[in-house]
Design a protein around this ligand. Structure first.
Ligand SMILES: [Zn+2]
Ligand SMILES: [Zn+2]
Length: 276
């Protein structure tokens, strides 16, 4: 692959809880995990259950050096981390970032607490890879080194969450989950982040029809994603963080409706590989 390429691969597209049952296999049952390759760099967005198969894939590539960016630390975004096999191997290095915990004890403490008895038998210290943990305030720009800058924005979600924008080689991908919109009032911080972007991966847990019964739950709709992308002059929406109540038949209906909007918008499914 050429060094300038930007690629995006989906390892987990589900929100809230994994759905490993037959009627979910078309779109996928693993929770949030997206792999971005920017030239020779690997950036992992969230560590939901999808990070386990990603880890299996990465192990085949030899020594690893990657950045892991957390949107936030609700279960569906961290539950795969203790099962990320490359983190147990001493030749690997991972830099972990989160933007919602600078005032709350930090990302290392949150992950260590998640991997702590009696909730989990293998503590964080058992991971042998070189791990570093960095807290920042959502809205800051991260410098991942070697010329890779990542813009961020705070999201409207219980306990906070962070959106990311990765630009590389003239292409861009935004990861915007989890967040709740206010009907009729577009989120200016998201609009600013996704302006002119090639790909916008967006929290589309609900439909506009379902949303009124879910106000305060911290999530948005695919229709709001479409409105944001159009208003911001971004190119393509990727519907993401599917509701566990939305089986393949429901997701196919959403995909069909989205296709009617043309413009190349997509519904994320496990294994999907995109080059923005
Ligand atoms: Zn979530
Ligand atoms: Zn959440």
């Amino acid at each position: 692959m050429e060094a300038t390429a930007l690629t995006v691969r989906f390892w987990g597209v589900r929100g809230s809880i994994a759905c490993p049952s037959p009627s979910y296999m078309g779109f996928g049952g693993n929770t949030s995990c997206v792999e971005v390759r920017a030239g020779g760099r690997t950036v992992i967005l969230d560590a939901g259950t999808g990070i386990r198969p990603l880890g299996q894939q990465l192990r085949r590539e030899g020594a690893l050096d990657a950045d892991i960016l957390f949107s936030h630390t609700h279960w569906d975004h961290v539950n795969g981390f203790p099962f990320f096999a490359p983190a147990f191997e001493p030749d690997n290095a991972f830099r972990v970032f989160a933007g919602h915990l600078a005032e709350e004890g930090g990302i290392r403490e949150a992950i260590a607490g998640h991997m702590h008895e009696p909730m989990f038998p293998v503590p964080l210290d058992v991971m042998r890879a070189r791990l570093s943990f960095t807290d920042f305030a959502a809205g800051e720009t991260l410098d991942l080194g070697r010329g890779l800058q990542v813009r961020t924005a705070p999201l409207n979600h219980p306990n906070g969450a962070t959106a990311y924008r990765i630009d590389h080689g003239g292409r861009s991908v935004c990861y915007v989950t989890d967040t709740e919109h206010v009907p009729g009032r577009p989120d200016e911080r998201i609009l600013g982040l996704v302006a002119g972007a090639d790909l916008v991966i967006y929290d589309s847990t609900y439909t506009d029809a379902e949303f009124p019964a879910r106000v305060g739950w911290g999530h948005s709709t695919w229709q709001e994603g479409l409105r944001l992308v159009r208003r911001a002059g971004a190119r393509r929406l990727v519907v993401f963080h599917h509701d566990p109540d939305h089986d393949d038949a429901t997701m196919a209906a959403i995909e069909h409706e989205l296709a009617g909007e043309s413009d190349g918008h997509l519904v994320a499914r496990e294994g999907l590989l995109l080059e923005p």
